[in-house]
Design a protein around this ligand. Structure first.
Ligand code: NAP
Length: 251
């Protein structure tokens, strides 16, 4: 039997990250479930373990350099060297530019971009040593521009440039880096958007559905399926790509 791969998924206590963690566990990987709250991370990890998988929950703020180093050390000690990294943790602080505070800008850039940078830099040593690795970063259709999301759009466009650069630098070590850019996915993030604009979540979904070619909104499993492909052993010649998973064409 080949050795079990160890994956880290950030922001994995709920939403897309939890969906990706469950799917990778189902695919046979050992999972480190990272999120701000260790107790919330543990719930997803326990679910994976009770389903017969291997998983641990770790509380970590991905934008904190020391916390990231500590988390990766724990993963190595408790599961083994990580060679799969899903940079999924994210927040929104939406507002029109003239009302956007510097804190709103910094908070979003810190979690999405600084967080992905710190996590990737900490994990790449294990990947290059293993001469194998899979990095999947969560971008968004908002990378193409979205009203009220100057901070988030800039971060998600930045994630795409970051991903392509990782693919170029790390390819020779057997490491691929790809980005998934979801459209509307039903999670607490889109529920928060509904609340902010004062619309019932069901109405927001219905409006979104009208302009989505496959005539439905997305679910975490839709993104998990794409992540599973990028992480798979056979996907080693697919790198530096941005896959829009949005129920129709984008861009
Ligand atoms: P979500 O339901 O809000 O989940 C995000 C998770 O990330 C939460 O558990 C959150 O923890 C965690 N998190 C936030 N800041 C963190 C930090 N500094 N360190 C570690 N974890 C942190 O969001 P989602 O909808 O699943 O989104 C997941 C990713 O997909 C994000 O990168 C998002 O931008 C992207 N995306 C989502 C959509 C969509 O329609 N939902 C579309 C395109 C892209 P707390 O609960 O403690 O805050």
């Amino acid at each position: 039997m080949t050795e079990q791969r160890v994956a880290i998924v950030t922001g994995a206590a709920r939403g897309i990250g939890a969906g990706v963690a469950r799917r990778l566990a189902h695919d046979g990987l050992a999972l480190a479930v990272l999120d701000l709250e260790e107790s919330a991370s543990n719930l997803v990890a326990e679910e994976i373990v009770s389903g017969g998988g291997r998983a641990i929950g770790i509380g970590t703020d991905v934008s904190d350099e020391q916390a990231v180093a500590h988390a990766v050390t724990r993963v190595v000690a408790e599961l083994g060297p990580p060679t799969v990294l899903i940079n999924n943790a994210g927040i929104i602080r939406d507002n029109l530019l003239f009302k956007m505070t510097t804190d709103d800008w910094d908070a979003v850039l810190n979690v999405h971009l600084r967080g992905a940078f710190l996590m990737t830099r900490a994990v790449q040593a294990h990947m290059t040593k293993a001469k194998w690795g899979r990095i999947v970063n969560l971008s968004s259709t908002s990378a193409l521009g979205n009203r009220g999301q100057a901070n988030y759009a800039a971060a998600k466009a930045g994630v795409q440039g970051f991903t392509k650069t990782l693919a170029i630098e790390l390819g020779k070590y057997g490491i691929t880096a790809n980005a998934i850019a979801p459209g509307f996915i039903e999670t607490e993030m889109t529920q928060a958007t509904a609340k902010r604009v004062g619309v019932a979540f069901e109405d927001l979904k219905e409006n979104a559905t009208k302009v989505i070619p496959v005539a439905r909104t997305g679910r975490p499993e839709d993104i998990a399926h794409a992540a599973s492909f990028f992480v798979s052993e056979a996907a080693g010649f697919v790198s530096g790509q941005v896959l829009y998973v949005a129920g129709g064409p984008q861009g």
